[in-house]
Ligand binder design. Structure first.
Ligand code: FES
Length: 58
């Protein structure tokens, strides 16, 4: 499985699931999955998460 946030080990699937469960911003995804709360503070993963939100939000 593809990891989006390496430092917290959060996968793409987990992030997509959080978006389907209502996460609409990077902050929401952070809160629900822990992605973006590790060492990079979003520097490495925020862009990918924003893209996933655009693609999967309904
Ligand atoms: S890759 Fe983990 S906080 Fe960005």
């Amino acid at each position: 499985m593809e990891k989006v946030c390496l430092c917290r080990g959060v996968t793409k699937e987990q992030i997509i699931e959080s978006i389907k469960n209502g996460a609409k911003t990077f902050e929401d995804v952070k809160e629900k999955t822990g992605a973006g709360t590790g060492g990079c503070r979003g520097g490495r993963c925020e862009g990918t998460i924003e893209t996933l939100i655009k693609v999967y939000e309904e």
